[in-house]
Write a protein that binds this ligand. Sequence first.
Ligand SMILES: NCc1[nH]cc(CCC(=O)O)c1CC(=O)O
Ligand SMILES: [Mg+2]
Length: 322
Amino acid sequence: MLRRNRRLRTNESIRSLVRETTISPNDFLVPLFIVEGKQVKEEIASMPGYYRYSLDLLKNEVKELWNMGLKSVLLFVKVPDNLKDNAGTEALNPEGLMQRAIKTVKDVAPEMLIMTDVALDPYSSFGHDGVVANGKILNDDTTAILAEMALSHARAGADFVAPSDMMDGRIFEIRTLLEDEGFHNTGIMSYSAKYASAFYGPFRDALDSAPGFGDKKTYQMDPSNREEAIKETLMDIEEGADIVMVKPGLCYLDIVRDIKNAVNVPVAVYQVSGEYAMIKAAAEKGWLDHDAVVLEQITAIKRAGASMIASYFAKETVKIIS
Ligand SMILES: NCc1[nH]cc(CCC(=O)O)c1CC(=O)O
Ligand SMILES: [Mg+2]
C-alpha cells in the first residue's frame, strides 16, 4: 500500500491540522424572542432551554451574547392578541415592540448587528404571512405592507431586514422603498428558499403564530423541489438581496450546496425550531449525546456551504467549542 488514509487521522493534532470545516462564534445569527412586560424570561414549552425575554431582561442576554463573541442577532416579537389584525397594522407602529427592541439592543451593544424578522404572521389575526381575503393569501397587498414594515425597522436602527414570508416580489419592493427613503446601507437577508416544513411547530408555539386556517403551501416551497430553490434564490438576488437563505437546515443540505455553487452572495442557513426540539428531546431521554450531536449538525450545515447559521444552539455551540 502506497497510500494510507489513516495517517492523517492518527491523533487530534494531525486531525486538527487537516480539518476542512471549523466553527467559531462568527458563524452565528442568534434568534431572540421578545415579549411585552417586565422581568419576563419564560421558557418555550417545545424548546427547552430557550426563552422569550421582556425588553429589560433582553439587555442582559444581549450583553452576554456580545461577551461570548456572538455579534449578530435576529429579532422576533410575540405580539399580544388584541393588537393582531388582518393587515398586521401593529407592525408599522413606530413605538411597537420590535421597534423598541431594536433600540434596546443598540443601547446595550452598539456594535451588535441587528437583523429583524419582516413578516406578517406574528401580527396577523389569521397567523398567515400575508393579507387574507376569501381564504386566500394576497401577494401584492402584502408586499406593500412588508416594504413599510422594513422601512419602519430601518428607521428604528435595524442593520438588516430579513423577510421570512415568501411572497413574490417583496425583495424588489423593500429594496426600492429603502433606497427611496435614503436607507442605502440597510441590508436585506432574504429567506429565499424557505420550505413549507413541519419543523416550524415549536417556533409557532414561541410566537403563538400558528396559521388559523389551512397551511402555508401556497407561498412556502414544496419540500420535493430542488430546481425551484435556485430559481427563487437567483430572483431574490436580482431584486436586491444581499444575503440569501435556505430554511430549514438539516433536511435541505443538498439545496444549500446547490445554491452555494450557483450564487456569489453569502448563503445563510436557518437550523429551525423543530431541529432544536428533536435534539433536546432525544438528549433528555439519554438517547443521544447532546453536545456531540449539536456540533456535528452545525458542522454539517457549514460544510454544506453555509456562510452563517441562524441557530438556537448558538450559545451552547460556543460553549462546546471553547
Ligand atoms: N414568518 C414566519 C417564520 N419565520 C421563521 C419561522 C420558523 C423558524 C423556526 O422554526 O425556527 C417562521 C415559521 C413559519 O413560516 O410558519
Ligand atoms: Mg421568492
